[in-house]
Design a binder for this molecule. Structure first.
Ligand code: NAP
Ligand code: ZN
Length: 352
């Protein structure tokens, strides 16, 4: 099917309208009209090939909410009209140990990502949610609970699950002391979700003028990372820190904030780090870990939890043609706290 989206044709070109083909439905496929798509910093990194491995054209978008428009002959879980969502994964082998555990993000054969990844059957590149229509294997489609506002669900599909998964993995419970470095798309979800789980949350930001927002999101305080004295007063006071900073940065200012045996989880920057002093790690038996998104089962759990506790992202709705400006603003950390594209602002190609 011919459809339209916004793609970057080279790492240096802005996103622009692009007409391309979505595959015809396989028996286990669900087709959807995309209603909303969140704008993740990874979209920007990939469009510009910041990590060095992007294959252009890149059509980003992995925080996708839509309505089912057609189903393949073998689809049993969804019907036309259902409100559905798609996150960062669209396929995996589903038979290895990790897939069987519901952790398709660690598929031994390599999971297929929603964009800039190779389709397992044809080897063609996948294209994401900055588009009118999407076709995804049934097992990778999520159900949006009825009471969630569709216009605010999209960021849960990446920013939400990427921060929920470590909260879950590191057993955050009522009273856990959680720090969140960087109050952006991922960071603000980390705050809301950790607060929802009953944790005592602190934001660690370069930006003291985000303090009122941090408190409004449920955090107890904001620590200014540029204020060495304030950082020193918070030494050894966290059980878990989630680091969402998108670029190379030193960990030295943050590690002393961890209590004995506590963990700093990197979810933001991908790539080499600065030289690391091991003293705070060894002396405090502290750990540094990493965590990617989450599996499909965990993502559905997150959507259900958000419906139950009424947790939704703070969104700024944009038109599709504002995407390049949105990328620039995201780079300047000028977004409170997630851009979401209203896909009705993108016109379908003539003749459909
Ligand atoms: P974002 O909305 O741009 O937020 C990042 C925040 O980090 C900013 O708001 C800012 O917060 C802080 N920051 C930005 N530049 C910084 C710098 N130079 N030094 C220190 N802090 C800085 O980005 P996002 O969408 O949340 O994504 C964050 C990162 O996570 C990106 O690298 C993205 O690719 C990655 N990511 C990873 C996964 C995964 O699977 N692990 C999934 C999604 C995204 P303050 O103003 O408060 O300091
Ligand atoms: Zn993302």
């Amino acid at each position: 099917m011919l459809t339209i989206g916004y793609a970057a044709q080279t790492p240096k070109s802005p996103l622009a309208p692009w007409t391309f083909n979505r595959r015809e439905l396989r028996p286990n496929d669900v087709a959807m009209d995309v209603l909303y798509c969140g704008v993740c910093h990874s979209d920007l990194h990939t469009a510009r090939s910041d990590w060095g491995w992007a294959v252009h054209p890149v059509l980003p978008g992995h925080e996708i909410v839509g309505r089912v428009s057609a189903v393949g002959s073998a689809v049993s879980r969804y019907k036309i009209g259902d409100a559905v969502a798609v996150g960062c994964l669209v396929d995996a082998c589903l038979s290895c140990d990790q897939c069987r555990k519901g952790e398709e993000q660690f598929c031994r054969e390599g999971a297929t990502e929603t964009y800039n990844s190779k389709d397992r059957i044809t080897g063609e590149m996948t294209y994401g949610g900055y588009s009118k229509h999407l076709v995804v294997r049934e097992e990778f489609v999520l159900r949006v609970p009825d009471n969630l506002d569709l216009s605010r669900v999209a960021p849960l599909l990446c920013a939400g699950i990427t921060t929920y998964s470590p909260l879950h993995t590191w057993n955050v419970v009522p009273g856990s002391r959680v720090g969140v470095i960087g109050l952006g798309g991922l960071g603000h979800m980390a705050v809301k979700l950790a607060v929802g789980l009953g944790a005592e949350v602190s934001v660690i930001s370069r930006n003291r003028d985000k303090q009122a927002d941090a408190l409004a999101l449920g955090a107890k305080r904001l620590l200014s990372s540029s204020d060495a004295q304030e950082m020193a007063t918070a030494a050894s006071s966290f059980d878990l820190i989630i680091d969402t900073v998108p670029v190379k940065h030193p960990l030295d200012p943050y590690l002393p904030l961890l209590d004995v045996d506590a963990t700093l989880v990197l979810v933001g920057q991908l790539g080499p780090m600065d030289e690391q002093n091991t003293v705070p790690l060894i002396r405090g038996r502290r750990r540094v870990a990493g965590s990617p998104i989450g599996g499909i089962r965990e993502t559905q759990q997150l959507l259900d939890l958000c419906a139950e506790k009424n947790i939704l992202p703070e969104c700024e709705m944009i038109r599709m043609d504002q995407i390049n400006e949105a990328f620039e603003r995201m780079e300047r950390a000028d977004v409170r706290y997630r851009f979401v594209i209203d896909m009705s602002t993108l016109q379908a190609p003539q003749g459909r």
